[in-house]
Every structure is written in C-alpha cells, then in structure tokens.
Design a protein around this ligand. Structure first.
Ligand SMILES: Cc1cc2nc3c(=O)[nH]c(=O)nc-3n(C[C@H](O)[C@H](O)[C@H](O)COP(=O)(O)OP(=O)(O)OC[C@H]3O[C@@H](n4cnc5c(N)ncnc54)[C@H](O)[C@@H]3O)c2cc1C
Length: 405
C-alpha cells in the first residue's frame, strides 16, 4: 500500500513526489512514456525557462482561465506574491542553482537536462518507485483507498494525484487521456484549446512570411452585432514573426489563449498591430515630407522591412486609403488582421482549459468530491504566458499536494 500514487511523470508530478517522499511518504509514479519529464527537456528551447522574477500580485497578467475566480484561486495557491522565490528554493534543494537573463530564470547550466538529471537522482535517493509505459485509464475508489490495475499489478494507495498534463505536443506526451480519466471520476473539465501557439489569419500573408518586426499587438473581439466597438482583450509588445499561415512569436503566443476563447464563444477575433510603436508621429511626418520625391514603398522602408512595406502599400490600395501621410501613419499604427483559428495542439506549448477550478481546493489542490484525490499542473483550467510561468505553476501545485498529504 502506497501513501501516494501519482499519475503522470512531468514537472508537477516530480515536485510533488520529491516533496512528499522527503516527508517520509511511500510514493509511486505511473508514467505512460518511457522516461520522465519529456516536456521539461524541450522547454525553453532545451534551456528550460523555469520561472520569472516579473511576478506581481496581479496574477491575471501572467495566467488565463475560463473561471471568473481564478485570480483568488491563484492568490490562495501561491500564498505570496513571490512564487519565483519558492521555485528557486525548490530548485536549490535539489542542487540546481539558477541564472537570470533579464527577469527570466534558467538552470545555471542553461540545460534542461541538468534539471532532469538532478530530479531523477533525487527520486532515486528518496526511493520513489517509478513504473514506465503505464498509461492509466481507470481508477477504482474503494472505501478510503484508490486502486489501479497496471502491468499485471494492483496498485493500492491512500492518496492519488492526477498530474497528466495537457493535450499539446503529442510527441512529448501530450494526451487527452488525463481529461478522460478525470471525467470517469465525475470531475468536471472545461473545454480545452491550444495555447502559446500561432494565430492563423484570414488574409493570405505568405508574401511576407519570414518577416520579423517589432510591434505592439492588441487582441480584440468583435461581437458580430456590434462590429464597430473596439473591445481590447489583451495587449502585448515584442517581436512579431510573420509565417506562411499568419502571426507568430512570443507576443502572439501570449495572446493565443484569449484568442481561442473569443473564437470558441462565436465572436470574431482581430489583432491590431502597431508597426511603429516607438517612433513619434512627428518624426514620421518629417522624414516623409522631407523625402517626398521617394516612392511610398521606399518611404515605408525607412521604418519597416521592405516586404512588409510592399504589403502595407497593397493593403492601402485594396482599402482605397488615401496617399495622405496622416492616413498612411494611421495604417502603420492600426494594421488589422482577422484571426480564423489557432495552429493546433501539436504546435502549442500548453493547453488552455482542463479540470474546472470549482472542483479544486487551492490551498492543497485536493479534489473536493474525492477525499485523498488531488490534481497538479497543466491538467487544471489555468494556463500561463511564455516566460517560465507554466513550469512555476506545475512546480507549486505539485509542491502543495506533497506538503499537505
Ligand atoms: C516545446 C515546449 C516548450 C516549453 N517551454 C516552456 C518554458 O520554457 N517554460 C515554461 O514555464 N513552460 C514551458 N512549456 C510548458 C511546460 O513544459 C508545461 O506547462 C509543464 O511541463 C506541464 O507540466 P505537467 O507536469 O503539468 O504536465 P506534463 O509535463 O505534460 O506531464 C504530464 C505527464 O503525464 C503523462 N501522462 C499523461 N496521461 C497519462 C496517463 N493517463 N497515465 C500515465 N501517464 C500519463 C505524460 O506522458 C507526461 O509525462 C513548454 C512546453 C512545450 C511543449
């Protein structure tokens, strides 16, 4: 009989297992892959951006959810406005020291594999048992215990944790099976959609594929009945990457969760781009006026990539926008794309949606309707923006479970 059985072997499971086993609990991990933490190895382009010093008490800046009360949920879960400190303390406790690039935090080696090596050694040292190639589809609840049949064994545990992650990146373990398992236990899950992914535009942008430009992006939804209203849902600034299907780059990834929700609700989603956010209009007027002998595309190329300049000129003609400088400047600051969809789970770093927060006590991540059952990590209806916020959430939710059993 185990004190704790953890379904899944990602970051949430590992912080949970280490924390619980350090308290003397007998722990087993059941993982469907043939190794632990496949997503951790891939995170941060192999460097593992594990947390971020940019954390204020306004957690809605960093996380999304379909629950209205998720800010309160996160405040209770994190307990302080310094979740990054708690993550770094946990990392230090397994021997990992960290390295900051601006506010972004990485293992000092800049290798995700060093973190996994330390975690694997810690689990061995703490005698945590691990069964690989063990995908769980059914959990039996008998009196006060949980029972699972796997690999010709019957595992019995007094506590169980669902830490199956999300549906994104199938090749790294992404699967729907966690949500399906939760549903067999009568646990409500909200609709899921890809997040931290690119946005497909209705307009063909293949002519500007490969262009990178500094921009401010405003995501807004337009109720079809009220199409003149500018409903801004989120604003991001950074490097926009235009691809053959549409818009990409970290700034777009950070808008994708909200864009997915707008489209799911049946509304139209638009991204309005400012291609010259850091140049004063007066400066633009002056350079355009002083060089009015040059062609429109050449003038625009003083501010933006030449391919993009041509694209802007084409849009200007298509929409019969005048050659007046003020109109061109307006277009540069308000270049709108309608979004038709997201790039899909196989290219999404995380999954938005999941186990409904109403089902969970945020103090210890226990499932309200099943005493002794807990959930941790991406499986829940919380997703973070880029920058280490998802691994932070996985570590802290796992830790809360390990601390409270
Ligand atoms: C390419 C990529 C890069 C990323 N980069 C970053 C980054 O730099 N910083 C950051 O904060 N976040 C990053 N993320 C997101 C982050 O990796 C995840 O949010 C985090 O790893 C989620 O941890 P988890 O433990 O909840 O789930 P997972 O890591 O998905 O782990 C769940 C585990 O459960 C197993 N499993 C699922 N179902 C079952 C079942 N039924 N039975 C048994 N096992 C099961 C899976 O095989 C998997 O190993 C990235 C994600 C990807 C895909």
């Amino acid at each position: 009989m185990y004190d704790l059985c953890i379904i899944g072997g990602g970051m949430a499971a590992l912080s949970c297992a280490v924390t619980a086993a350090r308290r003397g609990l007998k722990v087993i991990i059941l993982e469907k892959n043939d190794k632990l933490g496949k997503k951790i190895y891939a995170s941060g382009n192999g460097r593992c951006n594990i947390t971020n010093h940019d954390f204020s008490y306004n957690y809605t800046r960093y996380y999304n959810s379909s629950s209205e009360n998720y800010e309160e949920f996160l405040k209770t879960l994190f307990k302080s406005s310094y979740p990054d400190k708690e993550v770094i303390e946990f990392l230090n406790s397994i021997g990992i020291i960290t390295y900051d690039i601006d506010s972004y935090v990485y293992p000092k080696s800049l290798q995700a594999s060093s973190l996994m090596w330390a975690l694997n050694d810690e689990l061995i040292n703490l005698k945590v048992e691990i069964l690989f190639k063990s995908e769980i589809h059914k959990i039996d609840i008998n009196d006060e215990t949980y029972e699972i049949n796997v690999s010709n064994r019957r595992i019995t545990a007094s506590n169980i944790v669902l830490a199956c992650g999300g549906a994104s990146y199938k090749k790294l373990g992404g699967t729907l099976s966690g949500y399906e398992l939760a549903k067999t236990l009568n646990i409500d899950c909200t609709d899921i959609s890809p997040a931290l992914c690119g946005l497909k535009t209705i307009e063909d942008v293949s002519a500007v594929s490969g262009v990178r430009v500094r921009a401010v992006a405003r995501l807004y939804c337009d109720n079809l009945d009220n199409s003149t209203k500018d409903n801004v849902c989120a604003v991001e600034e950074g490097e926009l990457q235009i691809t053959d299907y549409g818009l990409s780059g970290i700034m777009i990834f950070n808008l994708s969760s909200k864009a997915g929700k707008i489209l799911k609700s049946g509304e139209r989603a638009f991204v309005k781009l400012d291609f010259a956010p850091d140049v004063e209009d007066k400066v633009i007027y002056d350079i355009f006026n002083n060089h009015s002998y040059r062609k429109d595309r050449a003038l625009l190329n003083l501010l933006i990539n030449d391919k993009l300049a041509e694209f802007v000129v084409r849009r200007q003609k298509k929409e019969n926008i005048s050659y007046d400088i003020s109109d061109i400047i307006k277009l540069l600051h308000n270049f709108i794309f309608e979004i038709k969809g997201l790039t899909g789970f196989d290219n999404a770093q995380v999954t938005a949606g999941g186990i409904n927060l109403e089902e969970i006590n945020p103090e210890d991540m226990s499932i309200k309707k099943h005493p002794g059952m807990y959930v941790a990590g991406e499986m829940t209806d919380i997703d973070g923006i880029c920058g280490g916020y998802n691994l932070t959430y996985a570590i802290i939710t796992g830790k809360r479970v390990g601390e409270s059993i």
